[in-house]
Ligand binder design. Structure first.
Ligand code: NAP
Length: 305
């Protein structure tokens, strides 16, 4: 593949930015990749492992002459980072972000983007429970979706380049409206994370009663909640604070469904439970058919060490 951007600046050097750097290198999509992170420690690790070609001390320095700037910091930090880089952006450059919430990020970032710079928000639907500069890997975005949320008056060339970049990094690109994105993600990601956090919290309370049984028998399903509940606390705090309405809407519906299931159990309504679980099983089949998970038993763990 050929170079799409001569110079890319990554602001934040964690899981997503690190994976982008490795995926861009894999496909030769950028002439030079530079970056910066908030802490001296992360900047040092990034230099040590050669995560990018050059690490700068500040975001203002990093974005100088960059053709593409990627904001890859927690959602709550996007506004202050945009404020810092705004005056240093090259005319004609593109700024994008990878934040998990879109409406709030657009509100925080857009006012700091000068005229003549293209702001095209984005969100790769790919991640793990790990974070930091050592957690990235080149394959993270392979066959995953990346949602772009271009403004109505988007520059067609700038959008085409950003699409090509994500496709070059292995992703399938879709476009969405920010409010719709936030609702869809509340269902598919944000509420499930909150439920996992709750379930693990409940088990933690129970552990005091049942000693180590919760851990010993965790393969029965609990283990999968713990993986999700191990996700970065800063990132997820910011997601909930910034996608309040959609998450609360989905949690309201979740509570209603939970009550309905609770009632079916209490009244012994086996038909209700059976029909409900048949419907949910079909959803799982759909996810596998869409290539978004493996059909292997136990999430592919069987047969692996
Ligand atoms: P990460 O591994 O924790 O990295 C975050 C980076 O942001 C670090 O370099 C960190 O610097 C920097 N940072 C943290 N707080 C900051 C602040 N207040 N000001 C400036 N920089 C700050 O996180 P990540 O998983 O890559 O997530 C980055 C973004 O991608 C988030 O907006 C998240 O919502 C989104 N996202 C995450 C996933 C996922 O599954 N992880 C998936 C899709 C999108 P230090 O290391 O120096 O603290």
């Amino acid at each position: 593949m050929s170079i799409i951007y001569d110079r890319v600046a990554l602001i934040g050097l964690g899981l997503i930015a690190g994976s982008m750097s490795l995926a861009m290198r894999r496909a030769g999509l950028a002439g030079r990749i530079v970056g910066t992170a908030r802490s001296a420690e992360t900047r040092e690790v990034a230099r040590e492992i050669g995560l990018v070609d050059e690490v700068f001390e500040t975001a203002a320095e990093a974005v100088k002459d960059a053709d593409l700037v990627v904001l890859a910091v927690p959602v709550g930090a996007m506004g202050s980072v945009a404020c810092e880089i705004g005056p240093h952006l090259k005319p004609g450059a593109t700024v994008t972000d990878v934040g998990s919430v879109k409406r709030a990020v657009i509100r925080a970032v857009a006012p700091h983007i000068p005229k003549g710079v293209h702001f095209i928000p984005g969100h790769p639907l790919a991640g793990t429970e790990h974070s930091g500069p050592r957690s990235g890997f080149a394959e993270l975005f392979d066959n995953r979706f990346c949602i772009l949320l271009p403004p109505e008056d988007v520059d067609a060339g700038a959008l085409a380049d950003l699409r090509a970049l994500w496709q070059g990094m292995g992703a399938n690109v879709e476009e969405m409206d920010p409010d719709h994105h936030d609702l869809v993600l509340a269902v598919t990601s944000h509420a499930p994370h909150l439920i996992a956090y709750t379930m693990v919290g409940v088990a933690d309370d129970l552990r005091r009663v049942t000693d180590k049984e919760v851990i010993k028998y965790s393969a029965a399903g609990f283990r999968d909640f713990t993986r999700i509940a191990a996700s970065d606390p800063t990132m997820w705090r910011d997601v909930f604070l910034n996608n309040k309405d959609a998450t609360l809407e989905i949690l309201g519906r979740f509570t209603e469904e939970l009550f309905a299931l609770q009632r079916a159990i209490r009244t012994g309504d086996g038909d209700y439970l059976f029909e409900y679980f048949t419907r949910t099983r079909d959803i799982r089949r759909g996810i596998i058919e869409a290539g978004q998970d493996t059909e292997a038993p136990d999430f592919g763990r069987i047969g692996k060490k």
